[in-house]
Design a protein around this ligand. Sequence first.
Ligand SMILES: Nc1nc2c(ncn2[C@@H]2O[C@H](COP(=O)(O)OP(=O)(O)O)[C@@H](O)[C@H]2O)c(=O)[nH]1
Ligand SMILES: [Mg+2]
Length: 301
Amino acid sequence: MTRAGFVTILGRPNVGKSTFVNQVLGAKVSITSSSPNTTRSAIRGIHTVDGVQIIFVDTPGLHRPKTSLGGRLNETARTATDDVDVVIAMIEAGSAIGPGDRLVLSTMLKVCKNDGGPLPIVAVNKIDRTSRATIAAQLMAASLAVQECAEEMLRPNVVARVEYFPLSAKTGEGVEELVAFIQDAMPESPFLYPEDEISDVPEAVHIAELVREQLVRKTKQELPHSIHCRVTEYEWPHITVEILVERESQKGMVIGKGGALLKDVGIAARRQLPEGCFLELRVSVEPSWQKREDILDRLGY
Ligand SMILES: Nc1nc2c(ncn2[C@@H]2O[C@H](COP(=O)(O)OP(=O)(O)O)[C@@H](O)[C@H]2O)c(=O)[nH]1
Ligand SMILES: [Mg+2]
């Protein structure tokens, strides 16, 4: 009998959730950057090895929302915990556990409260950047925070079920151990996706995401949040990606001096696509799209 199940990864923006999923799969299914809120939808990464299928659900980071888009991203992260087998709360090894992390830990405990419920795991990421002493201290701090959150929620029993894993999503250290543990925890089930599939993201969406990744990486401050990308034409090898921004001034920033920035973005994105692809990028202005519910509906957030 095969086994299969779902694993949701929760964590503040930027703790390394998408990097972790990409590391496990050995392929880029989720775009990453040092800018918060890069991930905007629950992206599934599928790992099938030795008769066990693990479906990782990468979520937008839980955070205090400032816009309608931010609110929807939190909602997407929360609903991704429905009906899963494992919930990973990811924190960073090198920064103190703050209110944002506590919200993440509490959300994990809430979902995992029952004995038969999902398995709670705390992953302490980015250990490549800290000393062993710091990692040990952070593991202690994490278990203390878990205990406090559980007591606040009057769920002291769940504490004993929580497992802790230090790892580096970037270098891969510790990742195998966590995946092996999750593999053993998967319930008996037929495979839920074809064995050779590694993601549920449609090709066109992935291409738009590759373009957005480059834009997010190459632009600064608030601009990354103002960008939405979508494929408007997909007639292999011709692909057109439309880049939406919120203001006319942002359009200029995305295009860059003499078109330089947009050109760089196109080159970097095309490098990740099959050879022979013609990628056209267009920029248009859609005022305040991330605050307007009707536009968010239309863009599928
Ligand atoms: N040094 C180090 N950086 C990491 C690690 N994991 C992620 N990062 C970096 O942290 C930033 C945010 O990563 P990302 O996966 O987009 O975070 P997410 O918002 O939680 O999905 C990126 O610049 C990553 O390269 C890690 O294990 N070590
Ligand atoms: Mg992400």
